[in-house]
Design a protein around this ligand. Structure first.
Ligand SMILES: C[S@@+](CC[C@H](N)C(=O)[O-])C[C@H]1O[C@@H](n2cnc3c(N)ncnc32)[C@H](O)[C@@H]1O
Length: 231
């Protein structure tokens, strides 16, 4: 699943260029019986299955033999939220552990996982989609991965704000015009408009991001202008 998802688009190209590398390991290759079993019924009863610790520790040892002592991140709905700043902090290779079924034997997690990260307050069937989100989110911050080196810098959350709205041809689409300033060719006005829209959108959609009082005097002025224009 991960290999497939990593073969497309920006991540696929980054891997081909050698800017990113993704290795996939499955505990089935380290199962201790002929059926390649990696799960068993939960002690105490109840529905579902639990991933066993032994195949996982064998896989982990194999990875560490190959790649060294990397940090192990367990993707889990109980982990800390995956945010842009968390992804931006990652400078070293990581092992991303994807659970299935009811999850993983707690003794393995207690003894081996360095951190738990969550994609959000909802439950997925497996950690692979969360791992893909982490791989994609970290990879696009690596220099050279995005075509235009600037574009990640302007994205939502990079400066603590949401991104401004974007428009492309045609100038008028179904009676809806592009904001005039974007057609003016005046770069300073365009930058000012974009910053004002970013501030306004953040205020409308994610006021929590503005709560730490990080706005400069100029930004506060622009936001007030935006709020005024809403009425
Ligand atoms: C069905 S879930 C297990 C959920 C677990 N019983 C619980 O309620 O906390 C199976 C696997 O999907 C992954 N997973 C599910 N939701 C996730 C989320 N929000 N973020 C990251 N991983 C998630 C985890 O790896 C988990 O082991």
């Amino acid at each position: 699943m991960i290999r497939d998802a990593c073969s497309y688009g920006i991540i696929g190209r980054a891997i081909k260029k050698g800017l990113v590398s993704v290795d996939c390991w499955t505990p089935r290759d380290d199962a201790v019986n002929a059926h390649r079993t990696v799960d068993d019924r939960p002690f105490g009863g109840g529905p579902g299955m639990v991933m066993m610790a032994e195949p996982l520790i064998r896989t982990l040892n194999r990875i560490r033999l190959n790649r060294g002592n990397l940090r192990l991140i367990y993707l889990s709905p109980q982990g800390k939220p995956i945010t842009q700043s968390l992804l931006g902090e990652q400078k070293d290779d990581l092992i991303l552990l994807c659970g299935r079924y009811e999850g993983i034997d707690e003794r393995f997690l207690e003894s081996q996982a360095d951190e738990e990260w969550s994609l959000g307050d909802f439950v997925l069937s497996g950690g692979e989609i969360a791992a893909m989100a982490v791989i994609d989110g970290i990879s696009r911050l690596i220099p050279g991965v995005l075509g235009d080196g600037q574009s990640a810098q302007r994205d939502s959350f990079m400066s603590g704000l949401l991104d401004c709205p974007h428009y492309t041809r045609p100038e008028v689409w179904r009676d809806m015009a592009t904001p005039e300033v974007l057609m003016s060719g005046h770069h300073q006005y365009i930058e000012r408009w974009r910053l004002k829209q970013s501030l306004g959108r953040t205020w409308l959609r994610r006021p929590d991001l503005l709560e730490n009082g990080r706005l400069t005097g100029e930004e506060r002025l622009l936001l007030n202008e935006f709020i005024h224009e809403q009425n």
